[in-house]
Design a protein around this ligand. Structure first.
Ligand code: DC
Length: 245
């Protein structure tokens, strides 16, 4: 995200944490490139909740499909193998590390081959059912949670205390991704990134199971012209207003 024009927010900020005796689920959904992961993690840290990255779970499933050379048409084999991995997180680390068969798999899940197939893998209905069950188990064990993904407010936690939907102009999202890649020393083709984002939005929002939709009761925030700090501040203000009622 762009650098904030001013940095006057921090000194005026009132400390706010969710009371320790209060279980709270906050969901943050939205398409890729809206800054969801960064702001979800930062929000969780600020207000004293745990952070769940559900995209990491779908990415781990895609990595397993590739690394075990599972036929992408064989849905039962995919679900069985992913279930046997017992995907879960090591919460002693920040951000929590995703584990498969009790071994870290986080080093693998952002590789280009995984990113290339994760959207269709995440479109497999039976796999989504499995992930929804897992995510609810995680929330039972971590009932103070900021959970980020595509279907967290619409499907997984319909009774969440606060639901957010982050959006941004596709060109802005492509620009942010290009900036990240440049920071990694790569030379991205921004037009291709934009085309990929539009394709992925289409495939995530038109699939039958758990499509990317904005829940009716979500607070919608367009992050196109906001810095990361400004988005987190808005989220925090909204949570504070709901929780201090
Ligand atoms: O947020 P991300 O890029 O790490 O997500 C990876 C993929 O997983 C992306 O194609 C969307 C999909 N996803 C999903 O379908 N449902 C979720 N709750 C989280 C991610």
């Amino acid at each position: 995200m762009h650098t904030p024009a001013t940095t006057t927010l921090a000194p005026t900020r009132r400390e706010f944490t969710v009371p320790p005796d209060r279980d709270t689920i906050i969901t943050i959904d939205g398409p890729a490139g809206t800054g969801k992961s960064t702001v979800a993690r930062e929000l969780a840290a600020r207000i004293g909740l745990d952070f769940l990255d559900t995209g990491a779970m779908y990415r781990a499933a895609a990595a397993i499909v590739i690394d075990f050379d599972i036929d992408r048409e064989d849905i039962d084999a995919i679900v069985a193998k992913v279930a046997s991995a017992d995907l879960h997180f090591d919460w002693a680390i920040d951000p929590p590390t995703i584990l498969a068969w009790d071994e870290p798999i986080d080093h693998r899940i952002r590789d280009a081959d995984v990113t290339a197939i994760v959207s269709p893998i995440a479109g497999i209905g039976k796999l989504r059912e499995h992930m929804v069950r897992k995510q609810r188990i995680i929330a039972n064990q971590h009932p103070r949670l900021v959970s980020e993904g595509r279907d967290q407010g619409s499907v997984v936690f319909p009774d969440a205390d606060v639901k957010f939907f982050l959006d941004a102009d596709p060109a802005v999202r492509a620009g942010r991704r290009a900036e990240q890649l440049r920071a990694e020393g790569k030379n991205p083709d921004e037009r291709k990134l934009l085309a990929d984002i539009i394709d992925r939005d289409h495939s995530d929002s038109t699939r039958e199971d758990g499509p990317l939709i904005c829940p009716d009761d979500a607070v919608v925030i367009d992050t196109s012209d906001l810095s990361c700090d400004e988005v987190v501040q808005r989220l925090e203000d909204e949570v504070r207003a709901r929780i201090e009622l």
